[in-house]
Write a protein that binds this ligand. Sequence first.
Ligand code: PMP
Ligand code: GLN
Length: 401
Amino acid sequence: MKQPNAALSRFGTTIFTTMSALALECGAVNLGQGFPDEDGPLEIRRAAAEAVLAGPNQYPPMRGIEELRQAVAAHDRRFHGLEVDWRSEVMVTSGATEALACCFFGLLEPGDEVVLIEPLYDSYLPIVERAGAVARRVRLQPPGWELPKDALAAAFSAKTKLLVVNSPLNPVGKVFGRDELAFLGELLEAHDAYAVCDEVYEHLTFDGRRHIPLITLPGMRERCLRVGSAGKTFSMTGWKVGWVVAAPSLIDAAARAHQFLTFTTPPDLQRAVATALAMDDGYFSGLATAQQGKRDRLAAGLTQAGFRVLETAGTYFLIADFRPLDPDGRFTDDDLAFCRHLTRDVGVAAIPLSAFYGDAPPQGCIRFCFCKQDAVLDEAAVRLQRFFAKPSVSHCTDVIG
Ligand code: PMP
Ligand code: GLN
């Protein structure tokens, strides 16, 4: 039998699917895959329901309905002072995942090089490689996750076409500062390269920090494709409404892929997201404040259980070093095994940090998601504290047998 595509086969099933399935099987509190356990604002859901009933429910325009493209432009002006022509510089996609794929397929030629920053979101590498490009990975180091400037400079070459920048960064919650972005901008200009800026967590920044889109820095307007998603900002990850904002020639390139990947995104959800993006500033700041409280709640619970919790400045996630809880070194080289152990034996699911690396990942740390109800975070903390205070029988055995 002939084999399916090798570039994709090598990645198997995503860690998010794997850990959510195990959490379900074991009745574990799922702090793995990043999704809130409460739906977003009722008014947005009502807008979607009304749009479904009122119709039309036929193909909307390929680049998105006018109201949503206008709303994205107005949002970017309001929050980032970015002037965007909604007709030529905005394209709606089926989630940020599709937006990213459109950027990669629309811009890359086989043999082009793409600079990726590790830890990285799991969809980048498979799609970059499937597009025939060569990934040049540069690694941030804990606990500060500062930009390794020399390694970055060395990763760029005449063949570099793209840099991917995810800020705020999943899974570690780093929010890139202006100086770091300026440094990246200099590299882009020096090598005549573009940046795909994955900014899906733009409204999830904490402790007074603000997200700065790379596209707003001098010289970056023509080089950046800014990717957003309604899933994170409105706590409805299942909706899969995303967008790209970029100069017309870059949007044209991404649209050439989009028209053959999904062509459009459900019009009712687009209309609801247009309403959502126009909500007042209080909604957006309230979202960040609420998530910051959850971050602190989970961090305190994990610390009490014995984890060493790293600082996180944004996103839904925090990283915890589990080595203090593994004095015998049973899981030293296998954070996935530790996550399986937590899920099965403690009843709390998390994601191994190693899943965010191409190869030879660092070990000893796992990612917890905190965008959950307080009672759920507390239950996870209690289970962990109880278990690590006094190891007990397998949780999964309890539930199943
Ligand atoms: N980028 C990052 C960094 C993410 O964490 C996610 C996951 N939600 C996505 C992109 C995908 O977003 P969407 O669900 O809108 O496709
Ligand atoms: N972005 C989510 C996370 O990091 C997962 C999305 C997915 O399951 N593909 O947890």
